[in-house]
Ligand binder design. Structure first.
Ligand code: FAD
Length: 377
């Protein structure tokens, strides 16, 4: 009998297992693949973390706590996990990310600089945005190393006594007043609480939530820049730029892996994680090359790598973090809509709060199930 079973050991599940085990709970965490793997949402060497959160002001206190917890995890493990490069939010002066980033900086007193296009290129020469673009630079932004973050959470969870089992897919689960039961091919496990962190597969484990969770195919591209020095860490902040031809995000070259770019909602392909096309195709590269040629021409060198990854979108692109049946027995965290990784550390803390204590001091009202267009009995 466990105190908590965690289903899915990716970004969120690894953090939930760690935080629960670190508080002394008896934890079982079950992952269908190896840890880490490249079939879900948490691979590809880098994930942006930024304080100037334009999506909603409620994220800023959470991302501040996430920074603290990532730094604490680095200290506990002696593993470097977070690289600070500064962040750029850019677009036309009327775009939501520019207005929202500026508002977040003002509301939370965040250090920042506003730069017009010429000033941006003068300071960070890799950027060549149109003359009418503007940028908000926030110096605390940067990126996380997602595979190392997951492995580190799992390593420390195991050190705190957690049982983490790989290659063991959960087939079914049920809950009643007595507890929860989780069945895999190896058998049935019992616990007092259940945390469901199954990413793009959540809909297959919680059918009622499925209509509000839309897995989407994404593609990442790495190139060898023509002017490598201007795309190195230290010279090139992470970015989210929202021009009329679509939002692009990207990273400096780290560890010689090259400049990395993605297009948010790539080609708007909704998919099933069981059957998604994981081959990167010329039409995928064309979308990303277009962004490079327009906005980062000095990065338009040879392709080093491409990878497919999955978003899980909610209708409003805010997360789902809630109890499933009104009580605290089953907690679900999903629908991270392409911007969740930076929060894994604090989401792990929140999930441990909800599962072990029945509540959390963090404000998670934005992430309630009740806001979604789904029917509950
Ligand atoms: C290309 C791309 C770029 C992104 N960029 C950023 C970024 O820059 N910054 C940012 O903050 N976020 C970013 N995100 C979003 C972020 O990566 C995700 O929100 C986050 O990784 C989601 O974590 P998760 O734990 O929900 O999913 P996952 O990490 O996929 O974990 C779910 C796990 O559950 C397992 N599982 C599922 N079903 C079962 C089952 N039945 N039994 C056992 N195990 C099961 C899966 O195998 C998987 O390991 C990006 C996402 C993508 C795809």
């Amino acid at each position: 009998m466990y105190d908590v079973i965690v289903v899915g050991v990716g970004g969120m599940g690894s953090a939930a297992a760690y935080h629960s085990a670190a508080r002394g709970a008896r934890v079982l965490a079950l992952e269908q693949f190896g840890i880490p793997h490249e079939l879900g949402s948490s691979h590809g060497l880098s994930r942006i973390i930024r304080l100037a959160y334009w999506e909603h002001p409620a994220y800023v206190p959470l991302v501040r706590r996430a920074y603290d917890l990532w730094r604490a995890l680095e200290q506990a493990s002696r593993e470097p996990l977070l690289v600070v490069t500064g962040s750029i939010d850019a677009g036309l002066p009327t775009t939501a990310n520019v207005i929202g980033a500026r508002a977040a900086c003002a509301a939370f007193g965040l250090e920042h600089d506003e730069l017009d296009s010429a000033a941006l290129t003068a300071r960070f020469p890799g950027y060549r945005l149109p003359n009418d673009a503007v940028a908000v630079y926030q110096p605390d932004g940067g990126f996380l190393l997602p595979e190392q973050c997951i492995v580190t959470h799992v390593t420390l969870a195991r050190q705190h006594g957690a049982h983490v089992r790989e290659h063991e897919p959960v087939i079914t689960w049920d809950a009643d007043d007595a507890g929860v039961r989780v069945t895999t091919q190896a058998g049935t496990y019992s616990a007092a609480r259940l945390i469901l962190t199954a990413g793009a597969w959540t809909g297959s484990l919680v059918r009622r939530v499925a209509p509000a969770l839309a897995p989407e195919r994404q593609v990442m591209l790495w190139t060898r820049p023509l002017r490598p020095a201007v795309f190195e860490v230290g010279a090139f902040p992470v970015f989210y730029i929202n021009m009329p031809d679509g939002p692009f995000y990207g990273f400096p070259s780290h560890d010689g892996r090259g400049f990395k770019i993605g297009r948010y909602h790539h080609r708007r392909e909704l998919v099933d994680p069981a059957t998604v096309d994981r081959t990167c195709r010329p039409e995928d590269e064309a979308v990303l090359r277009d962004g490079i040629r327009r906005y980062f021409p000095d990065a338009d060198g040879p392709t080093l790598a491409m990878k497919v990854c999955l978003f899980t979108n909610t209708p409003d692109e805010h997360f789902v973090i809630d109890r499933l049946h009104g009580g605290a027995r089953v907690v679900v965290a999903a629908g991270f809509s392409g911007h969740g990784f930076k929060f894994c550390s604090v989401v792990g803390e929140i999930l441990a709060d909800l599962a072990l204590d029945g509540g959390t001091r963090h404000d998670i009202s934005l992430f309630s199930l009740s806001r979604l267009p789904i029917a509950f009995p």
